[in-house]
Design a protein around this ligand. Structure first.
Ligand SMILES: C[S@@+](CC[C@H](N)C(=O)[O-])C[C@H]1O[C@@H](n2cnc3c(N)ncnc32)[C@H](O)[C@@H]1O
Length: 247
């Protein structure tokens, strides 16, 4: 493989990483075995790809945001189906980054992905952290960050269930989410979205990991620290990563 040649292995226009020099054999070896990146966030995605996918497998990310999943898929030679309800202006040039709103105006969940669901090895879900991100991405009612909690739970659990119904046994769904504390209705009672989603997960999903991710600046911002100083409450400052296997 040479230069920035792009290979399309499916008529679904699933995109796959470009390569910069080196032989295909060397690149494939590196894509399979290189140790995961340890930087926050990118590191989490990189670890997930390392653990749960193989070169040329498809990764689906419907909350694409800043497109770190595309970056990691290119590095590891995975095909990807990445979308967001609004593709950021600076990423509009990114081939294979689609626009798709998971929630229709009437509240119905519509999931997106390639029709070759059998090739999908991982669905990575990094939704807005509910009210912590309210108004941050948009002011639209279908943006998960702007929904009342009940609607947020229904939408997110519907999304998880929708993907669970599409994937073949052995594929994985990963959810990265932070409990909501300083913007919850009652700061003394953090909302543990991870636990809500674990409780709502369909039987088809068997939980493999429920882990606390390393502290990063994203996990305790200045407002959280100020809020807990004010109230004397304990600070919940971790994100949670839940990984289910489809059985
Ligand atoms: C936490 S960010 C994702 C960050 C991303 N993983 C990255 O690497 O930058 C959450 C994203 O979810 C998107 N989003 C919110 N509601 C959505 C919906 N109903 N359908 C699709 N995307 C949605 C937002 O636009 C935002 O970009």
């Amino acid at each position: 493989m040479s230069g920035t040649e792009r290979h399309n292995h499916s008529d679904e226009a699933c995109s796959q990483g470009s390569s910069e020099g080196g032989t295909a054999g060397q690149e494939l070896g590196a894509a399979r075995t290189s140790r995961p990146d340890s930087t926050p966030h990118v590191g989490i995605v990189d670890n997930l790809l390392y653990l749960f996918t193989e070169p040329f497998g498809i990764v689906v990310d419907p909350f694409g945001g800043g497109a770190s999943t595309i970056t990691v898929c290119k590095k590891r030679m995975r095909r990807y189906w990445v979308s967001d309800r609004k593709v950021p202006e600076k990423l509009k040039h990114e081939i294979g980054y689609r626009e798709h709103d998971l929630v229709a105006p009437d509240g119905t969940v519509t999931i997106s992905g390639p029709s070759r669901w059998g090739d999908v090895q991982l669905v990575y879900l990094d939704p807005p952290y509910w009210r912590q991100a309210e108004g941050q991405y948009s002011s639209d009612p279908t943006d998960l960050a702007n929904m009342p909690l009940e609607q947020f739970n229904a939408a997110l659990s519907g999304i998880i269930k929708g993907y669970a119904g599409k994937l073949k046994a052995g594929a994985h769904i990963a959810l990265l989410i932070q409990p909501t504390q300083w913007k919850a209705d009652d700061r003394g009672w953090p909302v543990y979205h991870d636990l809500d989603m674990i409780a709502a997960a369909p039987k088809r999903l068997r939980m493999k990991y429920h882990i606390i991710c390393d502290l990063s600046t994203q996990q305790s911002n200045a407002q959280q620290v100020d809020a807990t100083k004010e109230t004397g409450e304990l600070l919940v400052r971790s994100r949670r990563l839940v990984v289910w296997e489809v059985v």
